[in-house]
Design a binder for this molecule. Structure first.
Ligand code: S5P
Length: 275
């Protein structure tokens, strides 16, 4: 499995999914392959971080269900928050990625994605799913995405092929079967790529966008099994987008760190593409 040496610009014109083309275009225009993971409990802090970091990222990843409900005073506040995320994404030219990691049968994930308190399908361009239930999960989520404004022009799905954490079952043969699942009829124009640690098997006519979490320039891991690599290592190994959480969000100067990760990720990409 060798990493693609094509540029993001080349891939932006040929990517098989509309949202993949949109994302690669943003990456190429803004010269960034950085996704910030906004893992902090305060919605006010998330919005203020995004206002500052927005110019340096292609994607903002959230865990909206990790924000304590006491941070909101009503359901209206939740919707106000997601509307603010959308406004910032428009202003600074990045996409939104709710890291929901769906993992149930198609019928259940349909309800989880389209309704519930957070109505993820209404505002998040990208979401992700585990392959463990089988491909009904891809079809169920797709039905919801097709029903929102813009449909699949504006929505995309990633499958979790590999995880960064110690002891994960998502690796090796599991990763390869997950990639096979993304070749199914219901995945066409919808599954844009994977969460993985490096390149995945890519056949003629395919172009998977690989996003990689577990990236940090300062530490090797945390006390709960997270394992880190550097931007250079993952990008040279075939990752297209580096996902950085605490390395930026928990830093004393998040903007300075965002610039540092953006530069490291871009430099590694240029090296890989031979530019
Ligand atoms: O395998 C994975 C998949 C994901 S999406 N490992 C991960 O760490 N993640 C997510 O990436 C995780 O849920 C968290 O939001 C982020 C990593 O955060 P960090 O603070 O460790 O950089």
């Amino acid at each position: 499995m060798s990493p693609s040496t094509d540029t993001y610009a080349q891939r932006a014109s040929t990517h098989p999914t509309p949202l993949g083309r949109k994302l690669l275009t943003i990456m190429s225009r803004k010269k960034t392959n950085l996704c910030v993971s906004l893992d902090t409990p305060s919605p006010v802090e998330i919005l203020s971080l995004l206002a500052d970091i927005g110019p340096y990222i292609c994607l903002a990843k959230t865990h909206i269900d990790a924000i304590p409900f006491t941070a909101f005073s009503s359901f209206e506040d939740v919707h106000q928050f997601t509307a603010s995320l959308e406004a910032l994404a428009k202003e600074h030219d990045f996409l939104l990625f709710e890291d929901r990691k769906f993992a149930d049968i198609g019928n259940t994930v349909k309800a989880q994605y389209g309704s519930g308190i957070y109505k993820i399908a209404d505002w998040s361009h990208i979401t992700n799913a585990h392959s463990v239930p089988g491909d009904g999960i891809i079809a169920g989520l797709r039905e919801v995405a097709e029903g929102v404004e813009g449909g699949l022009e504006n929505r995309g799905l990633l499958l979790l092929a590999e995880m960064s954490s110690k002891g994960t079952l998502a690796k090796g043969a599991y990763r390869d079967t997950t990639v096979e699942m993304a070749r199914g009829e219901k995945a066409k124009g919808w599954v844009m790529g994977f969460i993985a640690q490096g390149a995945v098997e890519t056949r003629e006519g395919e172009d998977w966008i690989v996003m990689t979490p577990g990236v940090n320039l300062g530490v090797k891991g945390d006390a709960l099994g997270q394992q880190y690599n550097t931007p250079e290592k993952v990008v040279l190994g075939g990752s297209d987008i580096i996902i950085v959480g605490r390395g930026i969000v928990a830093a004393a100067d998040p903007v300075k760190e965002a610039v540092r990760y953006r530069d490291a990720g871009w430099k590694a990409y240029q090296k890989r593409a031979g530019r």
